[in-house]
Design a protein around this ligand. Sequence first.
Ligand code: LLP
Length: 425
Amino acid sequence: MSGFVRGGGGWECDGVPLAAMAAEVGTPVYVYSAAVIRERVRRFRAAFEPWPHAVHYALKANSNLAVVDVVRAAGGLVDANSGGEIEVALRAGFAPGDIVFTGVGKTPAEIDRAVELGVKAINAESAGELERIAGAARRRGTTARVALRVNPDIAADSHPHISTGLSRHKFGVAIGDARAIVRDASRRAGLRFTGLHIHVGSQMLGLGPLRRAAASVVALARELADDGVKLEHLDLGGGLGIAYDEAGGEPPPVDAYAAALVEATRPTGLTLIVEPGRAIVGPAGVLLASVVDVKPRADGTWFVVLDAGMSELMRPALYGAYHRIALVEEREDDVVTCDVVGPICESSDVFGVERRLPLPAVGELVAVFDAGAYGSAMASNYNRHPLPAEVMVDASAWRVVRRRQTMDEQLAGEVAASVPRGAMP
Ligand code: LLP
C-alpha cells in the first residue's frame, strides 16, 4: 500500500521512516508521497475514461514544482489561478494548451500573458473581463479562447469560506445573465467562445450540489446551442472532498463522482473538464513538526506546543478544519487529553483540541495528516517563520523538493528606513 502507514519503527511514507527524513532536514517539514499523487491522478482519469474529458489539477492546492511534475507525468493537466501559477505550470513542462486560467480578479498583465500564450481557456468572470480579454487579443492580432464562469446560486453544503456558488459570492456571473453575455461575447472579434465554467465549493462530501450545478449549466449550454453558439466543453470545477476525520464524513468514491458528472453532461455531447485539487494532493502529504513544550493545565489536560503553527498550516485556524494528528513513534502508553498548538502569538493557532495522544516528550515528532493540499501553499512568514522545507518520497527514495527558506531569503528585497534611497540590498 502506498502512502503513510504505521511501521515497526513509527510512521513511514512509502517505506521511508518519517523520523529519518526529519532527522536530516529538520522540522517543520512537509513530506509528500509521489505514489499517492500519481495514483489519485490516475484514478480521476480512469473514472472519466468513458467520456471525452480532461483532468486539470487545481494548482492552488499545492504548486510545488515536484508535485506539479508528478501530476504532469501522470497525465494530469492544470488549472491556474494567477499569473504566478501559469508560470509554475510552464516551468513544470506544461504547454499553454494544457492550462485553463481561472481567477476572480485577473490583472491586465495576467490577461495579456494568458492571451500571449494562448492558453486552452481563460475562464472569464464578467462581461467586463470578456471585453478586456477581447481587447488584449485584438492588440496582439490574435483570438483568445474563453469560457464564462457562471454562478449557479447553489449551496455547496461545505464550510462557508470555501463555498463559492451562491449569488452572494463574488464568483462568476449570475446564471440568469449568462445567456445574453455569451451571445454577445461569441460575436466579438478577438474571442473564441469555448465553454462554460462553474465551481460551487470545496471539500464537498455529497454529490447533490454538484449534480444541481451541472444540471443548471447543462440547461444553459442547450439554450446557447439554440442560439447557435457552439461550445467545446463544460468545466465543472473541483470540490470533491477527502476524509480528514476517521469519525467524520466520507466523500463519495471518485467513480461515483465521475459517473454523476458524465451523466449530467451526456445530453450535451460536450467534453468534460474537472479541476480537482484537494482530492489529488490532500492525502499525499503530512506536516511533520517537533514538540517544543509540554504544559500541564489546571484541569488535568495538557498543551502540546509544536514548532509549526498557523504560519505553516493555516487550515485549522482559518476554517476550524480537522486534521488527524499522531506521534510519529506511536505508542499506547500514557494517553492524555491535550490541545496540540503552534508557537504563533494568536489564540487561534491550534491544530487540534482535546486530542487523545500519548504524552510526548519535548523533541518528539508529531505528524499532521492530510496536509498535502492548502498546507504549504498557504504558508506564510508570519512571526518571521521561514517557509517550511518540503520533501518528496518516490519509490522508497526521498529528496528535498524545497529547502527551508533562509533568513537572508526572507529579508531579500527589504531595506531599512535609515539606509539611503537607491541602496537596495
Ligand atoms: N477550481 C476552482 C475554480 C477553485 O476555486 C478551486 C478551489 C478548485 C478548482 C479546487 O478545489 P478542490 O478540488 O481543491 O476542492 N484553502 C481552502 C480551499 C480553498 C479552495 C478554493 N478553490 C482549504 O484549505 O480548504
